[in-house]
Design a protein around this ligand. Sequence first.
Ligand SMILES: [Zn+2]
Length: 246
Amino acid sequence: MSSWRRPFPVVFSFFFVLAVIVWYFSRQGNTLWVFLVDTGARHRQVWAFLSEPEAHTDWIIEAGTRCGEAPFEMPSGGFIGYLWDDSFRPGHRHTGLDIFSGREPGVAPVYAAADGYITRQPTWKSALIQRLPEDPLHPDQQIWLYYTHMADPQGNSFIVDDFPPGTREVFVKAGTLLGYQGNYSGDPANPVGVHLHFSIVRDQNGSYLNEQKIENTLDPSPYLGMVLNAHQSDGSVTRCNGEVTP
Ligand SMILES: [Zn+2]
């Protein structure tokens, strides 16, 4: 019997499959609307930049740049390739911004974006986290700044010696050298393009939450004074449209 004779099972099957898809993604803390993010424009820009960085030097924002009245400084120099809440695959939501220097691993410096207390867990090869007791935009709450990919593909760290594994609560001023951009991914056979991943992580009871979940991170746009939310970007290269404070 052909299916048009029994539309109910067909319609039921369609909605059942739809319900399963919705359930699957909502279970992961994702919503279907993330598919509407046009990460494709950023993929093309990142590819163009990494293929020929010297042809796109006007896309680079210098380390230490403070855009307008933004409370944070650019933690590293480069092209801001991916934004907060970009999506690299169905269900994925990017929790920070990716700054591509266009340089070799271990060359482009990474600096503290704000004043705060540095911690490096004993197992961390490529990452640091920085506690800010007062969120400059919401002083009643504590936040954390996460800096990662500061190692080579084998996990040889590019973090400076001042912050060895096991570092706890070392105060640094904004602009303090933390390390250098790398391409560590955890899989030596598949390194990432050289960049700094930088994110702003929420606090719960004095500890940082899992920075890999979008709901545990904050939109970095108002902290750096630029459009860094994938949903608000028009697809053009990210720039500081205000005055740059030296
Ligand atoms: Zn990233």
